[in-house]
Ligand binder design. Structure first.
Ligand SMILES: [Zn+2]
Length: 196
């Protein structure tokens, strides 16, 4: 729908939706259920003033939240918060929505691991299990072993803070993970190919 749907004000606390032209909703991308303001879901737009190409409940595939609270700037229109991911990329791990982009942003902020990572999803004892594989770039963390254990626990905690699920973490030597040109395949979901 291009520009004009929403815009940021000087307070930069979400994009104000042009509600005189668009109705915004958030839905559960799995069920289509309409969510309450503040709940995270897929953004859906309906145009009110377009005549040639009306857009009715257009699913954006963007996952975000809508807030109805008045903004400091005085505007009272709904605001959409940061887009946290795309429904295409969304993984459902034990009923929790997880986006690879969330995992990536956590890993990027951690000093001592490289920029490459892989996400493996398995089913074990009927439960989804998320494993993140990263490369260690700081040799000083190898000895003694407790240092590496502490580092592993630290990364797992950081991931848990953002994802609200426990993650298995595997730390490998630099250069272990495959480099690919173009868009790297980072997510490997084995859940449907495994026999219980
Ligand atoms: Zn504002």
């Amino acid at each position: 729908m291009g520009p004009g749907v929403a815009g940021e004000c000087v307070y930069k606390c979400g994009h104000h939706i042009a509600e005189d032209h668009f109705i915004v909703e958030t839905i559960n991308p799995e069920t289509g259920e309409v969510l309450e303001p503040g709940q995270e879901g897929e953004l859906v737009f309906t145009s009110l003033t377009k005549e040639a190409f009306p857009v009715i409940r257009f699913r954006t595939k963007d996952i975000s939240r809508i807030t109805q609270e008045p903004c400091q700037c005085g505007r009272t229109t709904a605001r959409m918060r940061k887009v946290v991911g795309r429904t295409d990329d969304m993984l459902i791990i034990r009923g929790v929505n997880v986006f690879p982009s969330q995992i990536e942003s956590v890993l990027m902020d951690i000093e001592g691991i490289g920029p490459h990572y892989i996400i493996n999803i398995h089913k074990r004892n009927y439960l989804d299990e998320l494993e993140v594989v990263v490369e260690l770039t700081r040799e000083d963390l190898l000895e003694p072993y407790s240092k590496l254990e502490d580092f592993t626990a630290y990364i797992r905690q950081k991931l848990h803070n953002v994802l609200s699920i426990n993650v298995r973490l595997k730390i490998v030597q630099p250069g272990t993970l495959e480099r690919s040109s173009g868009k790297a395949k980072r997510v490997f979901d084995y859940r449907n190919s495994q026999v219980e």
